[in-house]
Ligand binder design. Structure first.
Ligand code: DHB
Length: 310
């Protein structure tokens, strides 16, 4: 069975969209929910009020499907819009409500409203948006990360996880895991885009996106190895009851399989969903099923975390 669980939430499929892709409008959210190959949906990271985001062009696909660069700047319809969506929606699929306040206070205010609401899904606190000019990625500041989680868990009782940026140093894996293990987190989602890459158009010698002089978050094929390292390193270090959502560089069923080998419970698709559209989920699940069949596995439990070292 290609299924997974986080606390009391059961997922009939392990794939879903990555926050930011196909989830800004109710129609897009409905499209992800309606797929027969998604196990859940995550909403575009919300801020308290609607945001238009950064100037365009703000998203670009590299040649040969190497990956994408974006600096969207948190365009979203505002917290109330997504709260309205989740409270109207009748569905058996779990919904992840993503929030990305521009300050600790914004995040705590939104968490208070989620706590007080009748929302019965999971909440993803995004500590890793790289694209708002002047706003650092919170989870690169270990003190700030511990501070917001301390204040949040002083009142928050619903299933809460965090979306992390990629880390690139073993000491940083140790440090973030030690902090996260202090809290009753339901899950950790790794990775967000690799922040502040730079892509150049060789025809024109120009950057390819307008915001931040061309700097933006990288996704797709080129981030896969970094994503796998983060999934593996965190699975090794986090408490067993903190589930892992693996995100980054998934374009084939083999990529999904690799995330699971590293320890992912669920796997999200961002860039390739943007490139290919909603049909990506059927293709990936079919490719994953073929790999499992060929290897003689009948359950992802036989694969999850079973990466071999030499
Ligand atoms: C945006 C990008 C992110 O990687 C993120 O986590 C949140 C928002 C954005 O540019 O909209």
């Amino acid at each position: 069975q290609l299924t997974a669980a986080i606390q009391n939430f059961n997922f009939d499929h392990i794939l879903l969209n990555a926050a930011g892709v196909m989830c800004q409008t109710k129609e897009e959210l409905d499209t992800v929910l309606a797929s027969n190959y998604t196990g859940a949906v995550v909403t575009k990271s919300a801020t308290p009020a609607l945001r238009e985001g950064n100037p365009t062009p703000r998203y670009y696909e590299m040649a040969q499907n190497l990956g994408t660069i974006n600096s969207m700047g948190l365009p979203n319809a505002g917290f109330d819009y997504y709260m309205d969506y989740v409270s109207q929606k009748q569905t058996d699929k779990p919904i992840f409500f993503s929030i990305a306040g521009l300050s600790k206070q914004d995040n705590l205010d939104m968490l208070r409203r989620l706590e007080a609401s009748d929302f019965g899904g999971l909440i993803e606190l995004n500590l890793s948006c790289p694209n708002v000019p002047g706003k650092p990625q919170t989870a690169y500041d270990f003190e700030a990360t511990e501070a917001i989680l301390t204040e949040a868990f002083a009142f928050f009782t619903k299933p809460l996880g965090v979306k992390l940026p990629p880390y690139f140093d073993i000491v940083h894996f140790d440090m973030i895991a030690a902090i996260l293990n202090k809290f009753p987190l339901a899950f950790v989602n790794t990775i967000n885009s690799i922040g502040n890459g730079l892509v150049i158009d060789p025809e024109t010698d120009t950057v390819v996106i307008k915001p931040k002089a061309g700097f933006g978050g990288l996704g797709g094929t080129i981030v896969k190895a970094t994503a796998l390292a983060n999934v593996r390193a965190l699975r090794d270090r986090l408490r067993d009851d903190i589930k892992i959502i693996g995100t980054g560089g998934v374009t084939t069923g083999r990529d999904v399989y690799d995330h699971v080998l590293c320890g992912a419970d669920l796997v999200e698709v961002g860039s390739q969903l943007a490139v290919e559209g909603i049909g990506v989920f059927e293709r990936l699940e079919t490719e994953l099923a073929a790999i499992l069949a060929e290897k003689g596995f009948t359950s992802l439990d036989q694969v999850r975390g079973q990466l071999k070292t030499i």
